[in-house]
Ligand binder design. Sequence first.
Ligand SMILES: Cc1ncc(COP(=O)(O)O)c(C=O)c1O
Length: 335
Amino acid sequence: MTNLIDLRSDTLTRPTPDMRTAMARAEVGDDVYGEDPTVRALEERVAGLFGHEDALFTPTGSMANVLAVRTLVGPGEEVLCESSAHIARAELGAHAAYTGLTMRTWSHPRGGVDLPAVERMFAPDMGPFFVRTKAVSVENTHNFAGGTVLTLADLDALHAFTTAQGVGLHVDGARIWNAHVATGTPLSAYGARAEVMAVCLSKGLGAPVGSLVVGSAEAMAESRVWRKRMGGGMRQVGILAAAGLHALDHHVERLAEDHEHARLLAEACGVDPEQVETNIVVLERSDAAELVEAASAEGIRISTVGPRTVRLVTHLGIDREDAQRAATVLAKLTS
Ligand SMILES: Cc1ncc(COP(=O)(O)O)c(C=O)c1O
């Protein structure tokens, strides 16, 4: 029996032996007391990478998004986002349940910015008549749209609009590292176009746990309180932060390999590889469930993210040989 090749998600990676060594050696303290030096080092490093004042370590990207968006939007106020954004679709209503905010959405085939739609939807303060828009949120790269990257020109135009309206821009940057590697755009350039971001270490970077909120010192202080309130105050968590620091040292540039493997898979499945910008391939198939089952029978795990949508994700645990074997199997099943 050959090894199973798991392309369901880039969250499936397991810590490498070197990452485990770094975790075992981490200096730790009680992070709720602010005394974990490894967590602090990670927070300062990530804040610096994006050119923001501070960052806050969280157990999950979902919690980082909830904390980030709530620094901009309060109960009874709204955030605008794309209709298949992770915050709208896949956080199980957390923003409504915890913050009490509402969302309105625009749709874009590649998960991108539709500025005219945002301008049309935007609701300024009208007193006791309409829900007030307090933020716009975008996802870079966009998961369900197939790892698509937002252009700096689109971000610039959107940020100019939100700034002119006096509201904030939130970026769900769970895979911002992939956007950075795919385009060569400095992380600081992404940071300069957002008031607050959420970034993940537990996706393509291969850490077992961990995300960060990135923003102003004031927003992070507020988020620290809310993190504890939500049950996310962790103690000797430097063990996990060490995995994140290791990932930043060793697993960012290698994302280019994942992108290459994704293009290989796309081509095998009849998707234009030029449309695949990072590590996610989305296939629109009327036989989505059957394809997943047939691939599984051949040792290739893929998943559906909609009734007719199949997703393949490349990651640290997939080498060239795996990608080639998966491509051969999927070419046969999709032809
Ligand atoms: C774009 C995006 N944002 C946020 C998250 C949430 O991360 P977590 O699973 O750590 O809560 C994910 C998870 O896959 C994601 O794809």
